[in-house]
Write a protein that binds this ligand. Sequence first.
Ligand code: ATP
Ligand code: MG
Length: 548
Amino acid sequence: MSLVDQQSRTDPATRVSELLEIYAGPEASAAGLLCDRHPAEAHAYQVVGRDLSIQRLSYGELRTQSERFAAGLAELGVRPGDRVATLLGKSVEQLVALLGIWRAGAVQVPLFTAFAPPAVAMRLTASRAKVVLVDADQRPKLAREGPPEWRIVVVGGAGEPGDEDFAELMARQDKGFPAARLGGDAPLLHVFTSGTTGKPKALEVPVRALASFHCYMEFGLDVRPEDTFWNAADPGWSYGLYYGILGSFCTGVPSVLLRGGFSAELTFDVLSKLDVTNFAAAPTVYRSLRAAGPTTPRRLRLRAASAAGEPLTPEVNDWAREALGVPVHDHYGQTETGMLVNNHHHPALRRPLRSGSMGASMPGWTTVVLEEDADKRAAPEVAGRIACDVPASPLAWFRGYLDEPEKSREKFSEDKRWYLTGDSGYVDSDGYYRFVSRDDDIILMAGYRIGPFDVESVLVLHPDVGEAAVIAAPDEIRGEVLEAYVVLRDGRSASEELERELQQLVKTKYSAHAYPRRVHFVSELPKTPSGKIKRYVLRQRRRDGAGE
Ligand code: ATP
Ligand code: MG
């Protein structure tokens, strides 16, 4: 019986203990757990091309190919614990490479193909990667002068003199490379946070974190053996890597990987042609699908849809129920934890959705809201700091950032009991959580705490507005006031009248006093490659512009 089949047999607490036994023990082997324990003939992935061509991949094929790649890494001098970076698009080679890296006991450093060269260089230097695997078309992003022992393996085309060719390296190796067995505390990934609030922070993800990722796949997503699961996020950031790759390998759920970047039309095509039943994507994907307007009607088979990474704006579900046939369940998590709070899909935890709520604490985690300035639980409905009770969270695995003692200390209360997410929110008496804001983005106006998201959600209701970001601007009387940055939809133009209309909209739909004193019309908002708005950049620009 596969692991997915077991889920209905046990209650959440028992399942958490079972998962910890599987992934956190001293004998745990990442490649053994992620690949070798699945039946060789079991269907792992369908890798879909832009022309909708499909490459099917079984666990048996993944096993032999990744054995060859692990042997290739050993030939290049890679030993357990060494860092191997990947700058690869979504492909069969990426799946083989990741399993090969873990089979060799090495630690993967994900690099997003959307990164510009400086972002790639920062991560390679900070992680001290020994080998970099790179798609031929990404090769120019690597600096000519790497560290002396640096090896570059090029996939799918010619590299530069001295580079290894992936196909030739593989062809030289035999299968049969044994899976490293390093235990639950050994590092599996060396990842970086998204950099939404400043410089990205590095951390190690240990093998034992797979217990938490697996738990989310079962309870958050309710993946079933008969599902076709597609997490459309890129494995270059944690949502796509933890759940589009690791979660699929953990549970063995038949999964989909689409080559290349986002297109609304293609997303609908893949959902329909592959009969996807369980779909996961960032809110921005759903918003883009909605904005693409009515497309050719297609037959969809979706049973579950979910989003994470950013607030799920309420208009998405007004559209999704009809357009997708199911509402989108909002899920909340971080690179440092994986998912923490979900509108769970699993029947044992499923509850009616409440608009604007990201759901309830996940099994294995005790999420709480702490008072603003005391380390004790806030009363229901009172906004405070979203935190985790570490001793009461058996699935917690984050110990601190790499090379950042100060930032690591800030993530925990002094007595180490509470892990502080850095986000504000509140919980009602039924355990439904609501996200208010990242702590850095909170606006303090005349004693009121205002989350930009509430105001942004109103601004995007205006038919001319595509996107909006709201930040604090200093004010002598009120401490801070609001300013908005607005991107208009194609063909709409900025005017003072429109600025007044938007102010009026916020006054009537949100609050008479918390309206943006100024509306800046801009052509785009500063974002991370995964699409998160970097409000700190807007604050910086405003300061610089104002000469402060
Ligand atoms: P950095 O820590 O480098 O500034 P980041 O916090 O964006 O970047 P991630 O770990 O990718 O890096 O993102 C986690 C954050 O994303 C959460 O702390 C929260 O602010 C936001 N987030 C994730 N899911 C949700 C959600 N469902 N609703 C609202 N916000 C969310
Ligand atoms: Mg963060």
